[in-house]
Design a protein around this ligand. Structure first.
Ligand SMILES: Cc1cn([C@H]2C[C@H](O)[C@@H](COP(=O)(O)OP(=O)(O)O[C@H]3O[C@@H](C)C(=O)[C@@H](O)[C@H]3O)O2)c(=O)[nH]c1=O
Length: 184
């Protein structure tokens, strides 16, 4: 796998080797030693997945301190337009965002540092997203900012959103509890 920098400090695009043969294909999604060499967390505590219909948008989500986490996300069926926003005070990329297509075909993964909000829009029917996170789900710390408040050029104008996702504060209204920690 190749681990590449992104537009956001401490966030990485991971491009796997997709090994194809007559049976199908094989993709490795996590390798502790390679992650460690690049300064990425390896202490994932939970893994989950969701399936979304075309036009569904989930996000932009994060967990607040003391339950903040790093997140590894990838799409194993269909395709999504993925986005992340840097909420960390003092970050060289504070307030900025990245976008990246993640798909079954490209196998790409995003590693997002704690303090970065995450969301995606499903580009296909039945888009299956997998997540690994470094802290367990803490409902009282599970939060978000409004999907269309961060300057992201989403490929949809009227996505299907959960009721929760429609009522988040905008990026401008959000008082961020996150502080940037420069790499050691
Ligand atoms: C995230 C999460 C949700 N749930 C529950 C809460 C609710 O009943 C149901 C669905 O939750 P949500 O509506 O928050 O699901 P969803 O909108 O898919 O939330 C996800 O969005 C993307 C963008 C992310 O980055 C993920 O980390 C996660 O926040 O699952 C858990 O039990 N554990 C979890 O870790």
């Amino acid at each position: 796998m190749r681990i590449l920098p992104t537009a956001l400090a401490g966030c990485h695009l991971i491009v796997p080797d997709i090994r194809r043969d007559e049976r199908g294909y094989f993709v490795k999604t996590f390798h502790a030693e390679i992650f460690r060499e690049h300064g990425l967390a390896t202490d994932f505590r939970e893994e989950y997945y969701s399936a979304s219909h075309r036009g569904v948008l989930r996000g932009l989500h994060f967990q607040t301190p003391p339950h903040e986490h790093a997140k590894l996300v990838y799409c194993v069926r269909g395709a999504v337009f993925d986005a992340a926003v840097d909420l960390r005070q003092g970050s060289p990329t504070q307030g900025q965002h990245l976008t990246q297509e993640l798909s079954e075909d490209n196998g790409c993964m995003l590693y997002l540092a704690p303090g970065v909000a995450h969301g995606f829009c499903a580009l296909t029917d039945d888009a299956l997203m997998v997540y690994k996170v470094t802290t367990v789900y803490a409902p009282d710390s599970d939060s978000g900012i409004l999907w269309n408040s961060a300057g992201i050029d989403w490929p949809v104008t009227a996505p299907q959103l959960s009721a929760r996702d429609q009522q988040f504060a905008t990026l401008a209204q959000f008082a961020s509890p996150f502080r940037y920690q420069a790499p050691a």
